[in-house]
Write a protein that binds this ligand. Structure first.
Ligand SMILES: [Zn+2]
Length: 215
């Protein structure tokens, strides 16, 4: 299995690895810092030996596939130098952690609420949750207030693997805990203040968008 270096150190931006498999523009390495698209978090972009990596995904065996823009100029057994697009990833880490916090206070304020989906925007600074229930604007304002007060405390964010399933990880920040294998900053201070915006979609769909105010 591909060694998941992002799991040990989400701040690691460059690494060296051995090329294990190539199929067309897809490359498998023995280890990687590229986070594969999963759990609602976007996969990383960057470069491998200077060639552009447009995305990373899990294959059916849960190994990580790096998708290159063009045919790799290197071959199996070669050493590869990887570099992730850090500006993009760091923003994703921050907005991702912000959405965990927002979600906690969303349930706290609304009680039970059925969320039907979530996604990140193309600039990776906004995360949107969808619901088929009405999202009262006053309650959304209360969620924003509670989330911002929480974030402003500069709380430590911890992650650790499950004892029996090493690839299954947990995320904890203050009283909030949930299973998540994504990448997160170490402290809520890195997220900075957030803004929540309610939007109404079609067919009774409502959305709440979480955006970072600090670039
Ligand atoms: Zn997470």
């Amino acid at each position: 299995m591909t060694k998941r270096m992002y799991s040990e150190d989400p701040y690691k931006q460059s690494f060296e690895a051995v090329v294990e498999k190539i199929e067309g523009n897809n490359v498998w390495l023995d280890q990687t810092c590229f986070y594969p698209e999963s759990g609602g978090q976007a996969g990383d972009a960057g470069t491998l030996n200077g060639q552009r990596v447009v995305g990373a995904q899990f294959d059916t065996e849960k190994n990580i596939v790096h998708i290159l823009e063009s045919t790799p100029t290197f071959k199996i057994g070669d050493q590869a130098k990887g570099q992730i697009d850090w500006e993009r990833r760091y923003k994703i880490m921050r907005v991702h952690a912000a959405s965990h916090i927002m979600e906690h206070f969303l349930f706290q304020v609304f009680g039970s609420l059925k969320l039907t989906g979530s996604h990140l925007n193309e600039k990776y600074d906004k995360s949107t949750y969808e619901s088929d229930e009405r999202l009262d604007p006053e309650k959304i304002a209360e969620v924003e207030k509670r989330a911002n007060e929480f974030i402003a405390q500069g709380l430590t964010i911890e992650t650790w693997p499950d004892e029996k399933r090493p690839h299954f990880k947990y995320w904890k920040c203050g009283p909030i805990q949930m299973p998540c294998g994504g990448t997160h900053p170490k402290n809520t201070g890195e997220i900075g203040p957030i803004k929540l915006k309610r939007e109404t979609g079609g067919r009774g769909r409502e959305k709440v968008e979480t955006s970072l105010l600090k670039s």
